[in-house]
Structures are given as structure tokens and as C-alpha cells.
Design a protein around this ligand. Structure first.
Ligand code: PMP
Length: 496
């Protein structure tokens, strides 16, 4: 029993995990001695000689958009199939214990994942967000979505309450719903220097909780760094206050952090550099100590934080690969659930990620060097988009305001003239038609609410994501189209 086992759901506690290949559960008869070299006629594991793939070569780039830069420089397209010196060869068999060979990577494996990759995720967390207690572990998932669904299953029973930031990654509501839980929105403070969650609101809500209406909350779901959709990042001091509430009112914190490693400096005027020159701008030690915002794991001393990570944004979403760092008792019930739903993540995805990181990038610090290049590129893109907005007529006239994010891939564009409108959502919908007609897509805040009515008066914003653009031109052009559309809507008497 640990300090938080009373918070594990009844459903998760009741699952048993045993496999039909296990030996008899009784004590062996007297005189039994295990054989030194037992042979397998039990498992349905095809011998790796049956696998059609003999080896895989993974060709890497050294930095994001490398081919685009080469194209720009030479004005001739370099084909990706050109011989790449930066490649990883994955063999059917290897003796290197840090690598996953194909005989293992294409084979069934324990649901927690392959040992070298689990070990990598543990070392990675020790380097970036060292947990403040010992009894934690890592389990691989098929991405943050899977991780969040499993976190919900681990703690939420039907009728349990989970607190959710009012504007959020709404697929999460499907996961909490899957456990039969009731999401209760927490106000977000949308002022420009905010930490996201409105602390006063949360404190009052918890203090005055009426248990005759709803049971006390079992958990809080928060995207604490580079929040989706608002872009806010909670400071360490702020997290300590939230964690104290979690202790006082005894709830779990599900910390979802797909974007936190993409730290972004504040806008300092038009980005002067070409994005490709930014790649080596920060040292690893500066990044770790001065830029990366500490995780709730670094405060937690009893295991009430479930940290959900993913390789989707830093490596590639199609891998469907992520991991959860949590108290061992929580990861045990998550493992049992994984046996039910998906038996863990793809061995091939694990093999590619693990071997690229171990064999080519050089482990944890090498992987972080790649992350630094990613964050430099995102930082450049963010500033380019902000510059376009700051230089627009709509901004000059005070029609819009922006939240400059400290991490992630989202800028919030507030529509100032709709701030006190009596029907913000109706107006935002009409404005969205104008924006679409100008040829740019954005996400209106009201599409990402837990409860539209609750958040109506704070829904006068669009979420802008600078991740998908192909190049600088598209970022600048979409910023222009967007602000021009808003200006026209305003000048047209707030009508299409
Ligand atoms: N959480 C948040 C906050 C996200 O924004 C996303 C993806 N957009 C996810 C989770 C899902 O990530 P994954 O692709 O790893 O399932």
C-alpha cells in the first residue's frame, strides 16, 4: 500500500493479470529442480526466422527542415534517397544491450515496453524532471491519448469528479467519459501574464465544495506547460500552490505535457535570424536549468502526480508512442489495463525511436540536442507569427491582443472588441466565416471548452498553431489574412 492507493479506481483494482503460459501456481513438489536449459513449446511467439524484414536503415536529418534549407541554398531539389551518412542500421540480431534488434523489436514483448527504451525514458526524466520520491516507474503507451485514457481508468470510477481547465484538449473528455467520470471546468485567467488556471477560483471552489451535489474531486487534469489551447505555462511557484491544494483536498494531478520541452523565449522584436542559424543557440545546461519549467513530479513527494508524455510532437505522431511516469502502484494498474486494451505500444515504433536515440543521437543528452533544434525552429516561427500580428492594422487599432507563449505551439489571439459582447459565441462563429473566407483556418476557443455556457464570456479568442506551415511565407501570409479578415469584420459593424 502506498500513500495514494485509496485513489485508485475500483475497476482498476479489481483487474487480475495472469497468462495461460504461466506454470502451476501451487508450490512445486518436494525435490523439484528447474531445468538449466528449458525449451519452449508453450508461447505462440513466431521464431524471428519467420519475420520477413532482415534489417532496416533509418536515414536521419540533422535539423528540422534540412532539405528545405539545402533546396533554398542550391535551388535544386536534393532527393531524400541520396546516400545519407546520417543513418541507423537496425539488424535482426545485436549483442548491444542498449539497442533493440528486429528479433526482439518485431516480437511480442511485455506490455510495459522494451527494457532499453523504458530505461531511456527513466533516464530522460531523471535528467529533465527528476521525481521527488523513489517509488516511481515508467510505462510505455501508444501516445498521450492512450496515456490519458489509461490514467483516467486508473483513478476514476463512474460518478467521480475530475477538475479540468475550462479550455482544454477536448479529446480528454472522451477519456474521462470512458471511465464514467464527471468533468468540472476550472476557470482560466486569460490575462497576458497568467499562469492559466485561476487560482482564486479553484481555491474557492474547493473550499465551498457541496458534497450533497457532487463528490469531492478525485483528480485535476492540467496541461501545465504551453497549455492547449491558451499557451499558458504555470510557474514553479504556482505549481507548488496547486500541489498544496491537491494534498489538502487529496486529489491526483494528471499532468499532460506534450509541448513543455518546446520552450520559447519572449518576443524580442522581429526575428532577425534565419531559423536554420538558431539551431545551436542554447546550451543544454542553460536549457535544463533556466528554460525548462519544472514538472509537478519535482514537487510531488507521495506519488499523486501522473505525468503523461509523448513522442508525438518531438519525434513524430504516427509512431503512436509515449510513456507515463507515475507511482509504481498506479503504473501496475495501468499495465493491467494495457493487457486488456492494446498490449502496449508497437515494437517497431519502439525499435526505431530507441535505436535512433541510442545508436545515432547519443542517448539522453543527444536526444535533448535534437529537442533544442526543434525549440529553436518553433521559437522562430512563433516570433514570425507574432511580428505579423503586431505589425497589422487590427493590432495597431487595438482590435486584437496576443498571448506570447512560454512554450509549445499555440498563440492565443484575443478579439478585444468582442470582450464584453452579450453573445460572444455567435459573433465568434460569424467572424470565423470571415476568416475562412480569407483563406486561413483557426480554432475558436468555444470549440475547446468543457462547458460552452460556463466559458462563454471568456471565449473571445482563436487558437493559432504555427506547427503545420510549410515555410515562413505561409506563416506571414496566414497572419496577414487573419488580421485583415478581423479588421474587415470590425469595420463592417461586427458582421460578415
Ligand atoms: N494532449 C494534448 C494537450 C495534446 O495537444 C495532444 C495532441 N494534440 C495530445 C494529448 C495527444 O497526443 P498523442 O498524439 O501523443 O496521442
Amino acid at each position: 500500500m502506498t500513500g495514494i492507493s485509496h485513489l485508485i479506481s475500483k475497476r482498476a483494482k479489481s483487474r487480475q493479470s495472469s497468462h495461460f503460459t504461466n506454470g502451476p501456481s501451487e508450490q512445486p513438489p518436494k525435490g523439484f529442480k528447474p531445468h538449466e536449459k528449458p525449451l519452449l513449446l508453450s508461447y505462440g511467439t513466431p521464431n524471428d526466422g519467420f519475420f520477413p524484414i532482415d534489417s532496416i536503415d533509418v536515414n536521419l536529418v540533422e535539423y528540422p527542415f534540412e532539405h528545405q534549407q539545402k533546396f533554398n541554398n542550391s535551388m535544386e531539389n536534393l532527393s531524400i534517397s541520396e546516400k545519407n551518412p546520417n543513418s541507423v542500421h537496425i539488424e535482426r540480431h545485436t549483442k548491444n544491450p542498449n539497442l533493440i534488434d528486429l528479433s526482439k523489436g518485431l516480437q511480442y514483448v511485455k506490455v510495459e515496453g522494451h527494457d532499453p527504451l523504458i530505461e531511456f525514458t527513466e533516464n530522460f526524466i531523471k535528467r529533465t524532471h527528476p521525481p521527488n520520491y523513489d517509488n516511481w516507474s515508467s510505462i510505455l503507451t501508444t501516445g498521450a491519448s492512450d496515456g490519458l485514457n489509461k490514467a483516467c481508468d486508473a483513478i476514476l470510477d463512474p460518478g467521480d469528479v475530475i477538475l479540468v481547465e475550462e479550455f482544454t484538449f477536448t479529446p480528454f473528455l472522451r477519456f474521462s467519459d470512458n471511465s464514467g467520470a464527471i468533468p468540472v471546468p476550472i476557470k482560466i485567467d486569460l490575462s497576458n501574464d497568467s499562469n492559466g488556471i485561476d487560482l482564486n477560483y479553484l481555491e474557492n471552489l474547493l473550499k465551498n465544495w457541496d458534497t450533497t451535489k457532487l463528490p469531492k474531486p478525485k483528480a485535476l487534469y492540467t496541461i501545465a506547460t504551453g497549455q492547449n489551447p491558451t499557451g499558458f505555462t504555470q510557474t514553479l511557484e504556482f505549481r507548488k500552490k496547486i500541489y498544496k491544494l491537491a494534498t489538502d483536498y487529496d486529489f491526483i494531478i494528471i499532468e499532460d505535457d506534450p509541448y513543455g520541452y518546446l520552450t520559447l523565449p519572449k518576443y524580442q522584436g522581429p526575428p532577425k535570424k534565419n531559423q536554420f542559424e538558431l539551431k545551436d543557440q542554447l546550451t543544454l545546461e542553460d536549457y535544463l536549468t533556466k528554460h525548462l519549467t519544472p514538472s509537478y513530479l519535482e514537487i510531488d513527494d507521495v506519488g499523486r502526480v501522473i505525468r503523461v508524455e509523448t513522442f508525438s510532437k518531438l519525434f513524430a505522431p504516427g509512431l503512436r508512442l509515449g510513456f507515463i511516469i507515475a507511482d509504481k502502484s498506479i503504473n501496475l494498474v495501468i499495465k493491467n489495463y494495457a493487457e486488456t486494451v492494446n498490449r502496449g505500444s508497437s515494437g517497431l515504433a519502439q525499435t526505431v525511436v530507441n535505436n535512433v536515440i541510442q545508436d545515432k543521437l547519443g542517448g539522453v543528452d543527444g536526444w535533448l540536442q535534437w529537442v533544442l533544434k526543434m525549440r529553436a525552429t518553433y521559437s522562430y516561427r512563433k516570433d514570425l507569427l507574432l511580428q505579423t500580428i503586431y505589425e497589422s492594422k487590427a493590432y495597431e487599432k487595438g482590435l486584437v491582443d496576443v498571448i506570447d507563449p512560454k512554450a509549445g505551439m499555440f498563440v492565443t489571439l484575443k478579439i478585444e472588441f468582442l470582450k464584453d459582447d452579450s453573445d460572444i459565441i455567435l459573433k465568434m462563429k460569424e467572424l470565423l466565416w470571415k476568416v475562412i473566407s480569407y483563406g486561413v483556418s483557426v480554432v475558436p476557443g468555444h470549440n475547446m471548452t468543457v462547458d460552452k455556457e460556463f466559458s462563454k464570456s471568456r471565449s473571445n479568442f482563436f487558437r493559432l498553431c504555427y506547427a503545420p506551415a510549410n515555410n515562413d511565407y505561409e506563416i506571414i501570409e496566414s497572419g496577414k489574412r487573419l488580421t485583415d479578415a478581423i479588421l474587415e469584420f470590425y469595420e463592417n459593424g461586427e458582421k460578415f
